[in-house]
Design a protein around this ligand. Structure first.
Ligand SMILES: [Zn+2]
Length: 102
């Protein structure tokens, strides 16, 4: 039995164009430190510190530490995850940024 080679075009359709979801998220200016916002939302129960995958030792003095994600490497002020979480609450209407500002 001789196989005919009609199968060469099998690759077409496999490499689908990646859909690029590039939803630009607009961050509402909070008018205060991200850390302060975090403490407020933590107190109201809207946000909790994330459990780190790998528990890290407490940061050495002067080392960057994120209280939200509980990891070293960046300050909470620079925390993109926290920024997103806060913005999420604002989007959902559970947090009113104008009240935070007060
Ligand atoms: Zn962080």
């Amino acid at each position: 039995m001789v196989e005919t080679s009609t199968n060469t075009n099998n690759n077409i359709g496999i490499n689908m164009v990646r859909s690029h979801h590039k939803r630009k998220r607009e961050f509402v200016p909070l008018g205060m430190n991200l850390e302060d916002v975090f403490h407020i939302l933590e107190a109201t129960g809207d946000l909790k510190p994330l459990q780190p995958k790998f528990p890290s030792n407490l940061a050495q003095k002067g080392e960057e530490y994120c209280k939200y994600r509980q990891v070293t490497g960046h300050f909470i002020e620079r925390c993109g995850a926290l920024k997103n979480a806060v913005q999420h609450h604002i989007d959902q209407g559970t947090v009113d940024p104008t009240k935070l500002d007060d």
